[in-house]
Ligand binder design. Structure first.
Ligand SMILES: NC(=O)c1ccc[n+]([C@@H]2O[C@H](COP(=O)([O-])OP(=O)(O)OC[C@H]3O[C@@H](n4cnc5c(N)ncnc54)[C@H](O)[C@@H]3O)[C@@H](O)[C@H]2O)c1
Ligand SMILES: [Zn+2]
Length: 667
């Protein structure tokens, strides 16, 4: 075989594999390989085609935007195509791109006017909205760039997609942007999935893409989707620059991706380097920084190649995936008794963090993915999502791998475990199980629970290992002399710990109730219950009916509380806490314990009523009004023209609410 046919063969093979993965990713929303693996195939193809331009064909995946529209949806033709973006992997690539832009612009005065805009590259699903005379008339996915899917009704369920625009927009306007799911919402959603015994989603992008491409908009409406705009299709002509177009979109009442303008590529490179380091401080999944030439005229002069504009480039972060050996699967027993299989990995660096364990979610996940102990696997870390094993490299097997089996008894206490029918989770139901007790002590000491300073996971583990405590009630009998000999402790620090344990006795009953870790009882629910019942009432046994009379307490929560106090072991624990002097008194309902208790909220922009009205509502609900956005801000209520505070909130990942979202929190 000559070298020529060899390369031709490899190119064809790569194209075939990339086309296959494109379908899995864009059409089925169920990628089989990580983005990093996909990018490696794509990079190889691009490099080969670069060396052999005569082999480039129009149907190569490098020349076409991925993703044919799904059947079952009406098709929408994009008059202005929705293109992809060229990639920069290294800062050097950015400088090369800058040099090319300057060369193409040619004239000195043009180069003088050159400005770049940077925006975060959100990992979601690209969509195009269409407004006619300011009314929302259509929404479509990118599809193959020219033809997308009509998802008008689905996009309408997203709050960030207004029915009507304000401020006199052009007759036809197609705002374009990314639909995505914030990380906290994704975690909550997956948590609910798992609690309901359903399978969790692999990452926010898949959930977002799958949610938009639902035939039933009711399902879409239940998904925590939001959207950022970052461009305009049809109707973009009047704006002189990209930045002024974004400002205009904001003025029309759309959510706009925050941006920055730079007058040199050095500034751009700095921005990219900054976000590569701080990607995890953003509340949603990002995979890079998009750089665009600001001037529309210059954009037109630069034009596009087949698949992407020449006037923009995506600086992509280092992949957060790696391959490594799965040495062992251990079982982690959580505070609620859930048994989670965890992969013990040959330590591997993933995006600057060394990973030696990753979650395997549950028994079904391991089975469906066909993962064996001893496999070479791909691990991924995405934003705040805990590392997970995404797949096994079956082709690398040696034959020494062995299947995983879920144990029949709890690996910690030895009692039989149970897996209720229809649920994915296997649980240890023994309330005295030490694994749960340790997790329980850690939870007990957290800020939102009893707030015991100096009692973290490490210390708690030592106290357990030395047999000084078996459960949270034992904490209240600890003496400084017992703690002092522990590694890392001295006389003073031991006394401090005893003092902070002692101080926690002053916490109100609602905190104690929350700290008990009863399933489904969060701090808000705990407050509601503590306003109606005291510790003795609960010990004496309350009924589901009595609990559900409380506004805000549903049957599931009530059942969990009743079940908890039905167990002698649990009643015994609560009695011992009472004897130790903890506060189990009923609480009075007051403004401090409303649905927004302890929440710090910033209110900004033009709202439908005077700001004082919202401040009053907020305070009635127990929240605090603050004037500037910081990491400690819990929410930003943003009206129209919210400006810099909204941008700050977005860059810090603080949840942003509109009026309807705010009202919802009050109930
Ligand atoms: N895992 C897989 O099997 C698989 C398969 C296909 C594609 N992929 C992933 O998709 C990538 C290629 O997808 P692509 O062609 O959509 O290109 P891309 O994601 O690299 O870039 C283009 C897209 O970026 C998005 N975007 C986000 N923020 C933006 C902003 N501020 N301005 C403009 N656009 C913004 C838009 O959706 C746009 O369509 C690959 O690099 C890979 O990571 C993965
Ligand atoms: Zn157990």
């Amino acid at each position: 075989m000559t070298e020529g046919t060899d390369i031709r063969g490899r190119i064809e093979e790569l194209r075939e594999r990339i086309r296959y993965h494109n379908r899995r990713y864009y059409v089925e929303d169920a990628p089989e390989v990580s983005d990093a693996e996909y990018d490696a195939l794509y990079g190889e193809l691009e490099a080969l085609e670069g060396e052999h331009p005569e082999l480039v064909t129009a149907d190569s995946p490098t020349q076409r935007v991925g993703g044919e529209p799904l059947e079952g949806f009406e098709q929408v033709r994009h008059a202005v195509p929705m293109l992809s973006l060229a990639n920069a992997r290294k800062l050097d690539d950015l400088h090369e791109w800058d040099a090319r832009v300057r060369r193409l612009l040619g004239e000195d005065e043009e180069i003088e006017k050159l400005r770049y805009v940077t925006e975060l590259k959100i990992d979601g699903l690209a969509v195009s909205l269409r407004y006619e005379d300011g009314r929302y008339v259509r929404g479509a996915t990118r599809g193959n760039g020219t033809v997308g899917e009509d998802v008008t009704a689905n996009l309408r369920t997203i709050r960030a997609v207004p029915e009507g625009l304000s401020d006199d927009p052009p007759g036809v306007l197609e705002p374009r942007g990314e639909v995505y799911i914030p990380l906290d919402k994704f975690d909550e959603f997956n948590g609910r999935q798992e609690a309901g015994g359903k399978r969790p989603f692999a990452n926010p992008r898949n959930l977002a893409a799958g949610s938009i491409r639902q035939l039933d908009p009711k399902i879409t409406a239940e998904r925590p989707l939001t959207m950022f705009c970052y461009g305009i299709g049809e109707g973009g002509e009047p704006y002189e620059s990209h930045s002024s177009a974004l400002d205009a979109l904001k003025g029309y009442g759309l959510r706009v991706n925050p941006y920055k303008v730079h007058d040199s590529i050095e500034g751009v490179a700095k921005e990219c380097a900054y976000w590569a380091e701080h990607r995890e401080s953003v509340g949603y999944q990002i995979d890079g920084v998009v750089v665009k030439v600001d001037s529309r005229e210059q954009q037109r002069a630069l034009g596009s190649v087949a698949k992407a504009p020449r006037w923009a480039i995506a600086f992509k972060f280092e992949p957060l995936a790696a391959r490594t050996r799965l040495n062992e699967i251990i079982i982690n027993v959580g505070r609620t008794g859930a048994l989670t299989p965890q992969a013990m990995l040959e330590p591997v660096n993933v995006g600057g963090v060394t990973i030696s364990r990753a979650t395997l979610h549950n028994e079904d996940y391991v089975r469906e993915k066909g993962i064996l102990v001893g496999d070479l696997v791909v691990v991924e870390r995405a934003g705040d999502v805990i590392p997970q094993v995404v797949r096994a490299l079956v082709e690398e097997r040696t034959g020494d791998e062995r299947p995983f089996e879920m144990p029949k008894v709890c690996p910690v206490c030895g009692e039989p475990v149970s897996r209720p029918e229809g649920e994915a989770v296997t649980r240890c139901v023994n309330a005295r199980c030490p694994a749960q007790a340790l997790e329980h002590v850690i939870h007990w000491a957290t800020k939102a629970a009893m707030d015991i300073e100096g009692l973290g996971e490490k210390v708690a583990t030592k106290l357990f290992d030395l047999g000084l405590i078996r459960d949270v009630a034992d904490l209240y009998g600890l003496k400084a002399e017992e703690i002092e000999p522990l590694e890392g402790f001295a006389e003073k620090s031991a006394q401090n710990l005893v003092r902070s344990i002692e101080k926690s006795k002053e916490q109100p009953f609602s905190r104690v109730l929350y700290a008990l870790g009863i399933r489904h009882v969060g701090s808000v629910t705990a407050s509601l219950i503590a306003e109606r019942f005291d510790g003795d009432d609960l010990l004496a046994g309350v009924t589901v009916e009595a609990l559900t009379e409380i506004n805000g307490v549903g049957a599931v929560v009530a059942r969990a509380v009743v079940d908890y106090f039905a167990l002698e072991d649990n009643r015994d624990l609560v009695r011992r806490l009472k004897d130790a002097g903890l506060n189990l008194e009923k609480e009075s309902a007051g403004p401090q314990d409303g649905p927004l208790a302890g929440k710090r909220v910033v209110i900004t922009g033009t709202l439908s009523r005077p700001r004082g009205y919202f401040v009053e509502k907020l305070e009635e609900a127990g929240g605090t009004f603050t004037s500037s956005v910081s990491k400690n801000t819990d929410y930003v209520l943003a009206g129209e023209e919210a400006g810099s505070k909204l941008e700050k909130a977005n860059s810090l990942g603080v949840p942003v609410l509109d009026e309807a979202g705010f009202e919802e929190l009050l109930t």
